[in-house]
Design a protein around this ligand. Structure first.
Ligand code: GTP
Ligand code: MG
Length: 437
């Protein structure tokens, strides 16, 4: 695995990873989950030195692992010279503190790592504000110091090391104040965004949003479809800020496509909440295009957790097209592709080789057409400005000119329909009204 250079941390920390195997869970699955944690650790700019598995029927409330396991792990921390121990499970603030004491090392859970990655990736002002807010909401309850970016980003607000009791109270107050400040700032940024979004909605195009598990191939597909150069990498959470582009489909339709942050299993709800505003724009799309990495043994689980997050974001029942991506990495004899292709609203493809992209473009074209309405209008030939507007707002399917009038058949998106409502009332030819003739 490649070690991602992280130019903001002078010296990457050595991290010992901990994966427990709960009752009724197989070692195999635990290994796959541990592999994901290793990828997360790499993406966070850490050096994962080893992964330690513990069979743990039930977590201990005090130290999570229990006394015996804790001693074993403490010895391994020394042996590997680990500065940080990362648990692939949520830890309570009390557990985290006890573990830090017992292991004489910093301790983080999965959420801490994910926040760390987000913090180092956030590019836009809004993204940075959101990550900081999420991190503070997370730290509010625990006041255990995180490391690197989060620490630096805040200019030391409430994040200095080793607090005494009063220091903790001061920190709490500072954090509360900072949270209020951030919420205010975010509100302003988001108001601007809403205005920009409205301006964009003026354009009456069908819109599709790529969603999916992190590393599923959304940005690779986005780049292939739009010719854009969005950062696509074999690392978790390569994309953080949403990107929107217009594309021209082979059938002549223009549609809007967006790429955005990936989801992950057990996505910390502070992050979902903090990113709701960014995601809202994406999720207002007419169609969600769910990209799934079919070559990952955990694909079904990943697909389910994305659906779960979408439900949490209250868009669980939006129209969805599922794309099973990375089909090129499947052995031909697996039969999986054939099995999945039988399902409705499903395509299998490869964003890298381009296999199946034509089918995707065709489906997007059909969906775009489905959402538009045919309207017939007859306007006076003298209404040049109106004609120009109709051509701009919709797609002309048919046009016939006679001496005084122009007869048009237009395909209009629902948004354009709404905006052109007065014109349609005046010039529309509707069978129920017996036409304008
Ligand atoms: N073999 C193969 N690799 C692919 C395919 N699509 C994407 N990849 C690879 O998968 C990795 C992740 O791709 P991205 O496009 O960055 O994934 P993403 O869904 O945008 O990931 P995040 O932004 O982290 O959520 C990259 O190394 C891609 O080259 C595919 O169809 N086949
Ligand atoms: Mg991406």
């Amino acid at each position: 695995m490649t070690q991602e250079a992280n130019d903001r941390s002078p010296k990457p920390m050595r991290a010992l990873l901990v994966q427990t195997i709960p009752q009724f869970e197989t070692r195999e699955r635990a290994e796959r989950l541990a592999e994901e944690l290793e990828r997360l650790a790499n993406s966070a700019g850490l050096i994962p030195v080893a992964t330690r598995f513990f069979s743990l029927p039930k977590a201990h409330s005090g130290s999570y692992l229990g006394k015996g396991n804790l001693e074993t792990l403490a010895a391994e921390v020394l042996e590997h010279e680990a500065e940080l121990v990362v648990f692939n499970h949520p830890l309570t603030p009390v557990q985290q503190r006890n573990l830090e004491k017992g292991l004489v090392a910093k301790v983080s859970d999965r959420t801490g790592i994910i926040l760390e990655i987000f913090s180092s990736r956030a590019q836009t002002r809004e993204g940075r504000l959101q990550v900081e807010l999420a991190a503070l909401l997370y730290q509010q309850t625990r006041l255990v110091r995180t490391w690197t970016h989060l620490e630096r980003q805040k200019g030391g607000v409430g994040l200095r090391g080793g607090p005494g009791e009063t220091q903790i109270e001061v920190d709490r107050r500072l954090i509360r104040e900072r949270i209020r400040q951030l919420e205010k700032k975010l509100e302003t940024v988001q108001r601007t965004r809403t205005l920009q979004r409205r301006a964009r909605q003026e354009v009456p195009f069908f819109s599709a949003a790529l969603v999916g598990y992190t590393n599923a191939g959304k940005s690779t597909l986005f780049n292939r479809l739009t010719g854009a150069q969005v950062y696509a990498e074999d690392q978790l959470f390569a994309t953080l800020d949403p990107t929107v582009r217009r594309i021209l489909l082979p059938n002549g339709d223009r549609i809007i496509l967006s790429d955005t942050v990936g989801f992950i299993r057990d996505l910390p709800h502070q992050l979902v909440a903090a990113f709701r505003a960014t995601l809202e724009e994406t999720l207002e799309a007419d169609l969600l295009v769910h990209v799934v990495d079919l070559s990952d043994p955990e694909w079904a689980d990943q697909e389910a957790s994305v659906l779960e997050t979408l439900r949490e974001l209250e868009v669980g029942d939006k129209p969805m097209l599922t794309l099973y991506n990375k089909a090129d990495r499947l052995p031909e004899e697996s039969g999986l592709v054939a099995r999945l292709q039988g399902r409705p609203n499903v395509l299998t493809l490869s964003a890298v080789t381009g296999d199946g992209i034509d089918g995707l473009l065709e489906t997007l074209g059909q969906e775009s057409r489905k959402s538009s309405r045919m309207v017939q209008m007859t306007i006076p030939s003298t209404e040049g400005a109106l004609l120009a507007r109709l051509c701009r707002e919709g797609r002309v399917i048919e046009r016939q000119d006679d001496e005084e009038r122009i007869h048009l058949t237009l395909a209009l998106s629902p948004i354009a329909m709404g905006r052109l409502d007065p014109c349609i009332r005046e010039y529309g030819v509707s069978p129920t009204r017996g036409g304008v003739e």
